[in-house]
Design a protein around this ligand. Structure first.
Ligand code: AMP
Ligand code: TRP
Length: 333
């Protein structure tokens, strides 16, 4: 029986795209055989930047449907939306009072997101990492699968755990370990090979949504930016060709091989041939997931029931932990 606990979260701030699948979702699916897992749709994190309420609702359900369609087992493991489990907000507040401003000021994601316009962002975005720490520590999770970009937030989680233990002289919270996939595919925009593929990119042509049908995928790949040179025989020769490199990495990631191995087959060939084959690989991997997700989305009651059941089981795990924290802090119980 697996005893180590995995917690991971994904923001329902758009339709999940190919980068989410290759960088996160398919690793989550694999982790299910070695850990007991909680997968959380972090709607409270999503509203740190403006979300249209109708869209937030739709994106949360779509995210749930895509995870189930990808092979997340909501019976053996736990799938739920964050706002349905009050423990996150309760512990998040306490962590707001543990974290020092200096620690938050060092968070590169906040600086990157807000740039020179910092004053106009929500205070929620600033304390975002405290809520993320609460997500994880409310379950005393031991392992957290994340992309490279979230590593700093996990270090902060460990700092918060340590300071809490120190300030209250307890050995309560464990240290958590990031699980960063060894071949962490970083999938880039189809329109600009230097930008990450993102569900919040204003151009829908820049990404492949997991709910795209075969014709849409065909068109997006045909239109994807490339250059005129044929494919080289070694990955080193792709460093100055970000768009070409991205398409080859997508092919490699989906066929579970390396860029160099893909180039063995395609060296000297032009993009018309390569794009045709890539299209088939993407369609075979993605379309069955998309179709199943769309089928699940037609039954909203079923999805709501799965999430409600997940939230009930998550609350059963988190409530005793957070009640104990509140007792340690000195709140009346
Ligand atoms: P986000 O869409 O930013 O909420 O990210 C959710 C998860 O998907 C995180 O674990 C990210 O690291 C991963 N992810 C998002 N976009 C990409 C991408 N373009 N390439 C690889 N992983 C990604
Ligand atoms: N910050 C994460 C991201 O943007 C999402 C997230 C929220 C998360 N809470 C978490 C990830 C807890 C792992 C564990 O990708």
């Amino acid at each position: 029986m697996p005893t180590q606990r995995v917690f991971s979260g994904i923001q329902p701030s758009g339709i999940p795209q190919l980068g989410n699948y290759l960088g996160a979702i398919r690793h989550w699916v694999r982790l299910q055989s070695d850990y007991s897992c909680l997968f959380c749709l972090v709607d409270m994190h999503a509203i740190t930047v403006w979300q249209n309420p109708e869209e937030l609702r739709h994106h949360t359900l779509t995210q749930a449907a895509v995870l189930l369609a990808s092979g997340i087992d909501a019976q053996k493991h736990i799938l739920f939306n964050q706002s349905a489990v009050f423990a996150h907000a309760r512990l998040g507040w306490i962590f707001n009072c543990i974290t020092r401003l200096g620690w938050l000021n060092r968070m590169t994601q906040f600086k990157d997101k807000t740039g020179k316009d910092r004053e106009n962002y929500s205070s929620g975005l600033y304390v975002y990492p405290n809520l993320m720490a609460a997500d994880i520590l409310a379950y005393k999770a031991t392992h957290v699968p994340v992309g490279e970009d979230q590593k700093q937030h996990l270090e902060l989680t460990n700092d918060i755990a340590q300071k809490f233990n120190h300030d209250y002289s307890v050995a309560f919270f464990p240290q958590v370990k990031p699980l960063i996939p060894p071949t962490a595919a970083r999938i880039m925009s189809l329109r600009d090979g230097t930008k990450k593929m993102s569900k919040s990119d204003p151009s829908s042509q820049s990404r492949i949504d997991l709910t795209d049908d075969a014709d849409t995928i065909r068109l997006k790949i045909r239109r994807a930016k490339t250059d005129t040179a044929p494919l080289p025989d070694h990955s080193n020769d792709l460093t100055e060709r970000p768009e070409a490199k991205n398409l080859v990495s997508i092919y490699a990631a989906l066929t579970n091989t390396t860029i160099d191995h893909v180039l063995e087959t395609y060296q000297g060939k032009g993009f018309s041939v390569f794009k045709e084959d890539l299209t088939e690989v993407v369609i075979n991997a993605i379309v069955p997931i998309g179709q199943e997700a769309i089928r699940l989305l037609k039954n909203e009651t079923y999805l709501l029931e799965i999430l409600r059941n997940g939230a009930d089981r998550a609350s059963t795990l988190a409530n005793p932990v957070v009640s104990e924290v509140e007792k340690i802090v000195g709140f009346l119980s």
